[in-house]
Design a protein around this ligand. Structure first.
Ligand code: NAP
Length: 342
């Protein structure tokens, strides 16, 4: 049987291009004892994958030229020689960017379909949601009545952080790149204010106006001018969760430092970076809490779904142009009927 997968073809300088990837046909082997054959249904494209295209290894392993890319995916077990994963089981793995795979089940998790639609396990109940939940609760630690600012607020991670901030009783201010995303944040997700950073003009003035009592907690997805605008008005003992800085991922020269960083000293501000894979032991707690909020209607999520492995690169590049609201997902095939419907 043949399948298709996406390889890294070249390492980009600056913004990645479609030619940096190659779609190829490959043979899928028959599963041997202990192995499973999985058909991927959805795969995730994520900003951190830009770092994996570079030669230098960061916290995630660099992709190798001529080798398949990888990342989170949800699929259906089609053949099984492994009793842990019966045929028909829905599983999450790190073997995205391909339509099928054979593996021995290491790193593969069975998904409970009753909890949420399958694609949600790549977004609100997957790594982005888990990252937002962990970073906000453990590092941002916002208290009721405080002001929380979230950059990249209409993305997969940011949109959950905004809603948790509201559940915890904060004044929440989000930044995003279009008026439609800002309207979604205030009208649907309950943000108290949203700033379109592309149109704001004087971003520092816009953040100051939206945060009349200063900033107590900041959830950082973007970096650069937004971080500087927040640092200008941080309150004493503010906490800053450094989740990501997508505005810098495609830069080929280092960005200028934030001018307001000295405010962290006088105001005794905690700014802490974190990598979610260090905290996987907290995933069940996250799933119980956010899964409960989702089922109770206290948390909403949005997805931008692109069809076909041949458009996976377009979906990935779209992350850097803001083409997604909520989670960017690539659909590789149809969902099987739910167990009860068979
Ligand atoms: P996402 O927010 O769903 O998608 C990326 C969004 O970033 C785009 O929709 C775009 O929205 C915004 N963006 C792109 N280029 C930008 C620029 N130059 N300036 C400002 N905004 C820009 O992606 P995500 O998966 O939830 O990731 C969000 C952040 O969390 C990223 O920085 C990612 O690296 C980080 N992250 C970190 C960890 C960890 O373990 N620390 C884990 C997961 C994710 P706009 O329309 O608003 O521009």
């Amino acid at each position: 049987m043949k399948t298709r997968e996406v390889l890294l073809a070249a390492r980009p300088t600056g913004a990645p291009r479609p030619a940096d990837f190659r779609l190829v046909d490959v043979e899928v082997p028959e599963p041997k004892p202990g192995e499973i054959l999985v058909r991927n249904i959805y795969m995730s494209v994520d900003p951190y994958m830009r770092g994996r295209m570079n030669e230098k290894q960061t916290y995630a392993q660099a992709w190798q030229i001529g080798q398949p890319a990888d990342g989170r995916a949800v699929g259906e077990v089609m053949k099984s020689q492994n009793p842990r994963f019966p045929v028909g089981a829905i599983v999450a793995s790190n073997l995205g960017w391909r339509e099928h795979y054979v593996c021995n089940g290491e790193g593969v998790l069975t998904i409970d379909r009753a909890l949420a639609p399958l694609s949600a396990f790549l977004g609100v109940l997957g790594v982005p949601g888990f990252t937002g939940w962990y970073g906000l609760k453990e590092i941002g630690r916002p208290k009721s009545g405080e002001t929380l600012v979230v950059s990249g607020a209409a993305g997969a991670t940011g949109s959950l952080v905004v809603q948790i901030g509201k559940i915890l009783g904060c004044r929440v201010v989000g930044t995003a790149g279009t008026d439609d995303k800002c309207a979604w944040l205030t009208k649907q997700l309950g943000a108290d204010a949203a700033i379109n950073y592309r149109k704001a003009g004087d971003l520092a003035a816009a953040v100051r106006e939206a945060c009349p009592k200063g900033v107590d907690a900041y959830y950082e997805n973007v970096g650069g001018a937004i971080l500087d605008a927040v640092l200008a008005i941080v309150n004493p003992f503010a906490r800053i969760a450094l989740c990501g800085m997508i505005s810098q991922y495609n830069m080929s020269t280092p960005p200028p430092g934030p001018a307001n960083i000295r405010n962290m000293v006088g105001n005794r501000v905690l700014m802490q970076g974190f990598i979610i894979s260090d905290h996987m032991n907290r995933y069940p707690e996250f799933l119980a809490e956010v899964g409960g909020w989702l089922n109770a209607g206290r948390v909403k999520y949005e997805e931008t779904i692109i069809d076909g492995l041949d458009r996976a690169v377009t979906a990935f590049l779209g992350l850097f142009a803001g083409d997604n609201t909520g989670k960017m997902i690539v659909r590789l095939g149809p969902e099987p009927a739910a167990a009860g419907a068979r």
